[in-house]
Design a protein around this ligand. Structure first.
Ligand SMILES: *[C@@H]1O[C@H](CO)[C@@H](O)[C@H](O)[C@H]1NC(C)=O
Ligand SMILES: *[C@@H]1O[C@H](CO)[C@@H](O)[C@H](O)[C@H]1NC(C)=O
Ligand SMILES: *[C@@H]1O[C@H](CO)[C@@H](O)[C@H](O)[C@H]1NC(C)=O
Length: 151
């Protein structure tokens, strides 16, 4: 059941991208209106925050991205534009993209550590139920990656 919800969210996230999802806008029959498809939307601002309580370290990175972009794209953009941020991921054939490491710190099944994903809007923090490949942040949202442990 949870997996169905995840698939649904991933599907929705793909829709705005022509060629990946459904048909987004029709090109006129024989018309030369394709410049409308190239119109670049105004980017939204986000903050990406990396918390590692075990190293007493919290860093926030302001960034921006095209509205509707999944957080995966936002993180890639941030990595490309900020030398102080990097991340790695794995692609699982069944479940999609998994966050593996942030700024050189990787989760480990041996030490029961992982990067917890949280969304902060105003003072409201909630834990995400989907991965970085599916999650679409809202404008001005603070996307938090928190290095933590499981029991
Ligand atoms: C983090 O801060 C706490 C409290 O100030 C301190 O006890 C701890 O040793 C620090 N840990 C590291 C890895 O610096
Ligand atoms: C990623 O960031 C960490 C911490 O800043 C750094 O030590 C490491 O060299 C970086 N890795 C890459 C591939 O840039
Ligand atoms: C981040 O992880 C630490 C360590 O497990 C935890 O104490 C803290 O509550 C987490 N922060 C948030 C915002 O959930």
């Amino acid at each position: 059941m949870a997996l169905k919800a995840i698939s649904l969210l991933c599907f929705a996230a793909l829709l705005p991208f022509p060629g990946l999802g459904g048909r987004d806008g029709h090109s006129g029959l024989g018309g030369h209106d394709d410049h409308s498809a190239k119109k670049v939307p105004i980017p939204d601002s986000f903050t990406v925050t990396v918390i590692n309580k075990f190293a007493n370290n919290t860093v926030s990175y302001p960034t921006n991205a095209t509205p509707g972009m999944p957080i995966f794209g936002v993180l890639n953009h941030l990595q490309d534009t900020n030398n102080n941020f990097n991340f790695t991921y794995n692609v699982d054939n069944s479940y999609g993209i998994f966050l593996e490491s942030v700024n050189g710190v990787a989760g480990s099944t041996v030490s029961h550590t992982y990067w917890e994903l949280l969304s902060k809007k105003g003072n409201n923090i909630k834990r995400l139920t989907v991965g970085i490949g599916c999650y679409q942040p809202d404008r001005n949202e603070n996307f938090i990656m928190n290095f933590t442990t499981w029991a």
